[in-house]
Ligand binder design. Structure first.
Ligand SMILES: C[S@@+](CC[C@H](N)C(=O)[O-])C[C@H]1O[C@@H](n2cnc3c(N)ncnc32)[C@H](O)[C@@H]1O
Length: 279
């Protein structure tokens, strides 16, 4: 198990959507002075070289972040995301891609906290090396679903939680939502983000039904599909469920996905933004 390595996929179109949303949420959290915690249950390695064998082998970033890099007329909704990318590439060439922990570090202030969990031994080790050593940042080589229990409620009573599984196990389509169910019981006002791939439409529909069944309120769903649904032929789209999103996020992500479609997919992608469960 645990054969997935995010280094093969860093900076692909799914990362562009996920990290753009994360940046917009973190930017919103920073509007208030009160500190918050960033909790990442599946943190990966933290940062990725785009010049190493993994990135070059798949070349996925060429069809993702590279299409936005150096563009002069991106909408302001992509500004926070490009800020995080530029922070990793100060020399001006796109050589590194920030994983979700580095994306978060582009926004966290001196009193915000961070809890990171990663199960793969190599990536957990790299993550530790990539994370500044500070008492308010904790990096743990352990199961993120277990870790989430210990991280909630946060001391600051404000938090953004990212759950970004690799879905190597089919059970994760349900387990990931159950983790948020547990989270919301402990801490109802947090913002929870859950990433999902579109590999089989039935699995996504199963998730949608389960969300409604949990009774959790205020769930936004965004989805961006590059290709028509084709079960058995890999990932054709990418999506996010977001509990307690900032109020303007739905509109902002509509604009982000329009820009992704223009710059990355020549208008051929199909996207949707749905208030899956009302407030
Ligand atoms: C999609 S990647 C994460 C990417 C990262 N969040 C980012 O956006 O840069 C999923 C990661 O979860 C790790 N993983 C898988 N199962 C896990 C678990 N139960 N707990 C913690 N990490 C896990 C994998 O090793 C992999 O590094």
């Amino acid at each position: 198990m645990l054969s997935y390595r995010h280094g093969f996929h860093a900076g692909n179109y799914a990362d562009v959507l996920k990290h753009s949303a994360l940046c917009l949420i973190l930017e919103y959290m920073c509007k208030k002075d009160k500190p918050f915690a960033y909790i990442d249950t599946h943190a990966g390695a933290g940062s990725y070289s785009l010049k190493n064998d993994m990135a070059i082998k798949t070349g996925e970033f060429n069809e993702g972040v590279l299409k936005l890099w150096g563009q002069d007329h991106l909408p302001e909704e992509l500004g926070p995301y490009m800020h995080a990318i530029k922070k990793q590439n100060k020399k001006g060439n796109l050589s590194y891609y920030p994983g979700s922990p580095q994306v978060a570090l582009a926004f966290l202030r001196s009193n915000d906290a961070m809890r990171l969990f990663e199960l793969h031994p190599k990536d957990a080790d790299t993550l530790k090396k990539n994370t500044p050593s500070k008492s308010r940042f904790q990096v743990e080589h352990k199961d993120g679903y277990e870790g989430l229990k210990s991280a909630l409620p946060p001391v600051s009573r404000r938090a953004v939680v990212l759950i970004d599984p690799s879905y190597e196990l089919k059970s994760e389509y349900r387990a990931s939502i159950k983790a948020i169910e547990m989270g919301v019981k402990r801490f109802s006002t947090g913002t929870y983000m859950l990433w999902y791939p579109v590999v089989d439409r039935k699995l996504v529909q199963g998730m949608e039904k389960y969300w409604v069944k949990t009774g959790i309120k205020n769930v936004l769903q965004v989805e961006y599909c590059r290709e028509p649904d084709s079960p058995g032929y890999g990932m054709t789209g990418t999506g996010l469920f977001i509990v307690n999103p900032p109020w303007q996020l739905a509109n902002q992500l509509t604009t982000v996905m329009e820009a992704m479609n223009r710059y990355m997919d020549s208008g051929k992608a199909v996207s949707r933004v749905v208030q899956l469960v009302a407030e």
